[in-house]
Every structure is written in structure tokens, then in C-alpha cells.
Design a protein around this ligand. Structure first.
Ligand SMILES: NC(=O)c1ccc[n+]([C@@H]2O[C@H](COP(=O)([O-])OP(=O)(O)OC[C@H]3O[C@@H](n4cnc5c(N)ncnc54)[C@H](OP(=O)(O)O)[C@@H]3O)[C@@H](O)[C@H]2O)c1
Length: 328
């Protein structure tokens, strides 16, 4: 199946490419924007790169007309929440206008369109949400994701689906240099925790305001497999392709330390650093999101992994990743 993928150099996109490679019957054309992904023996360039800046709406139209994929998976996004908030017009253009343009081009050429959205369309205040719950975003990123979802729902005769993801963590197989290993307010803390704890350093886990304290963390490779299922299916509407269980950042950190056999007493739950609160003063973050993946699992015939199973798979991927990096 010929798939045009945006964001192939990103955390999610690189795992989509890897999952597609393992499944074997995909032909991937990956739109890329920044520097070319790093190529290593273990991660062969077995797909085509198509330069594309989402800000260039004409380039989006001609990419779809030229490539003529069976489906488009739109993973690329801007994720710097402070920048998005401070540059709303530019962000809207690259996010909402670009998504609308992809969708129009897909409709024109009879191509299925799958858009990656986020659990941050919710405000994190409801006790429970699912695929049918009304969104209530609290930051500009969430507002734009919701706007994209509504644009797609409003288009007649569009073969589309929305795959919401949440708390993505894992390996970036396109560009290892992009692996984040700094402290943060979401669930992508794994590399930070492993780095600090293996050096015998304390890892502060921020608690309280401005943290996404509870979510459904999603191992990127597991989410990628679920999203590819959605691409292959003919299902329409909204799907929760994130991890099947929710947990807190602290519980996740403890489980990670135990799994890696490192000293969990070095994990320090502390109030969010005041400097960090000041730096992000304009941007709200959904606090606690509890949801369900059951409807999506029933529709796609597969559920995503629970917290512990995903962490075990993460450990395996981590070990393989280190070996591959050493070997190349
Ligand atoms: N990370 C999470 O926790 C999370 C949670 C929920 C949903 N999501 C969604 O999942 C998707 C993937 O996120 P991610 O974590 O994989 O992000 P990521 O690692 O930051 O990757 C973002 C991708 O977007 C591409 N991109 C940025 N600006 C572009 C432009 N102007 N034109 C074309 N491509 C551009 C980047 O390409 P270059 O590298 O070439 O610049 C990169 O491949 C996004 O839609 C995001 O909103 C993520």
C-alpha cells in the first residue's frame, strides 16, 4: 500500500516507518522538512524522501497529485507550545490550513486521509472522556487540533479518520539526535530518568500545576502499529490510538526505574520548578486525562498495550537501540 507520511523524521513518524518496514507490504513516501534523517545500517533508507514544508499549501497539493498514494498519514506538527501561543497566525496556517489542504487534495484524488490528533483536545478536568466526549482544549495547540478535527468532519465525501495519540515516548529511529533527554511536563521523561539515575543523580519529577499528571502514555511503536491499522481500515471518525491504561507520571517513573534495575529512591517528586512555571506562564496544560481505548480496539480488532507491557517493550527497544548505535 503506497502511503504518503508527513513527519517521518519525528518520534511517531519514525516508528510508523519502522512498523511499516516490519509489516513489509507498505511503500512509504515520507515528506521531510528539516535536515535529512540520519541513516544507519540498522535503519536503512528503504523509503523515498519528498521535501515538503507544510507552510507551502501549493507544495502540499502537488505532492499528493504527484505521489498518488493510497493514503496520507499526517503526523507532522509543531509542538513548541510557547511558540505556538506567541505566533498564532503562523501556527494556524501550518497546522489548520495545511491539514485542510491535505484533506482537499486527498478528496480530489480519492485518497484516504488519516490525521494525527491529541488527547490535549481535552482539558484534563473531566473524570473520564472517550472518543465521543466533547473536546474542551485549554491551550492553542489543543485548539488547533480540535479545529483540524472539525474541518475534516465538515467535509463531504472525504474518506478520513482522526487518530488521537497521548503521552508519546520511545525511540526516534529516523534521527536519534532528536531523542529528548531533558526534564519535562508530559510523559516523555524516560530518557531523562534513565540518564540521571544511571549516573547516580537525583531525577526531579515535577508534580502539580503545569504538568500532565495523569494520561495514557503511549509507546511510539505500539501507537504506530495501531495507527497503521487505522490507515488500512475503512473506518471513519475519531479513534483513541493511545496506550490502553492510564497512569501518573510518578508511577510511570517508579516502574521505569524498577524495570531498568536502577535505584528508585533517586526519583524525587517535587513541586514544579518555579522557573519552569514562569517560562510557561501563558500556556495551560491538561492536568489529568482518563479515557478508554475500548471503542477503538473493537473497531480495529486490536488493543494497544497496557502500562507494564509497553514499558517492557520499551526496555527491549532501548537495549536494541543502544546496540545498534554502538555498532554503527
Ligand atoms: N509527542 C507526544 O507526546 C504527542 C502526543 C499526542 C499527539 N502527538 C502528535 O503526534 C504527531 C507526531 O508528534 P511527534 O512527537 O512525533 O513530533 P516530533 O518528533 O516533534 O516530529 C514532528 C515532525 O513534524 C515535522 N515538521 C515540523 N514542521 C514542519 C513543516 N513546516 N513542514 C513539514 N514537516 C514539519 C518535523 O519534520 P523535520 O524534523 O523535518 O523538521 C518532524 O518530523 C503530531 O501530530 C503530534 O501533535 C504527539
Amino acid at each position: 500500500m503506497r502511503l504518503f507520511l508527513t513527519g517521518g523524521s519525528g518520534l511517531v513518524g519514525s516508528n510508523v516507518i519502522r512498523a511499516a518496514r516490519q509489516q513489509g507490504d507498505w511503500e512509504i513516501i515520507a515528506g521531510h522538512y528539516g535536515p535529512e534523517p540520519e541513516w544507519r545500517a540498522a535503519w536503512p533508507r528503504d523509503y523515498v524522501l519528498h521535501p515538503l514544508d507544510m507552510a507551502d499549501l501549493d507544495a502540499i497539493r502537488s505532492a499528493i497529485a504527484q505521489v498518488r498514494p493510497a493514503a496520507v498519514l499526517h503526523c507532522a506538527a509543531l509542538l513548541d507550545h510557547d511558540w505556538l501561543d506567541a505566533n498564532r497566525a503562523a501556527a494556524w496556517h501550518v497546522t489548520v490550513a495545511a491539514t485542510r489542504t491535505f484533506a482537499e487534495a486527498c478528496r480530489e484524488h480519492g485518497v484516504r486521509f488519516v490525521f494525527i490528533s491529541s488527547d490535549w483536545v481535552f482539558d484534563g478536568q473531566e473524570p473520564f472522556v472517550d472518543e465521543d466526549s466533547p473536546p474542551h482544549p485549554v491551550n492553542f495547540y489543543g485548539i488547533m487540533k480540535f479545529a483540524c478535527e472539525r474541518e475534516l468532519a465538515s467535509m463531504d465525501d472525504l474518506d478520513y479518520a482522526v487518530a488521537r495519540l497521548a503521552g508519546i515516548y520511545g525511540m526516534n529511529y529516523s534521527n536519534p539526535a532528536l531523542l529528548r533527554d531533558e526534564n519535562g511536563l508530559g510523559f516523555d521523561l524516560h530518557n531523562f530518568i534513565i540518564k540521571r539515575l544511571t549516573r547516580g543523580q537525583v531525577a526531579p519529577i515535577w508534580m502539580g500545576p503545569k504538568t500532565n499528571d495523569i494520561a495514557h502514555p503511549t509507546l511510539a511503536s505500539d501507537g504506530a502499529e495501531q495507527v497503521l491499522r487505522l490507515v488500512r481500515s475503512d473506518r471513519r471518525g475519531i479513534f483513541h490510538c493511545f496506550g490502553s491504561e492510564c497512569t501518573s507520571r510518578l508511577e510511570m517513573a517508579y516502574s521505569l526505574a524498577d524495570l531498568f534495575g536502577i535505584d528508585r529512591s533517586l526519583l524525587a517528586p517535587v513541586p514544579t520548578d518555579p522557573e519552569v512555571l514562569r517560562a510557561h506562564s501563558r500556556v495551560q496544560i491538561p492536568y489529568r486525562i482518563r479515557s478508554s481505548t475500548e471503542k477503538t480496539a473493537a473497531a480495529l480488532g486490536r488493543n494497544t498495550l497496557g502500562v507494564q507491557a509497553a514499558l517492557h517493550r520499551f526496555k527491549q527497544e532501548w537495549d536494541e537501540f543502544q546496540e545498534e548505535r554502538m555498532a554503527s
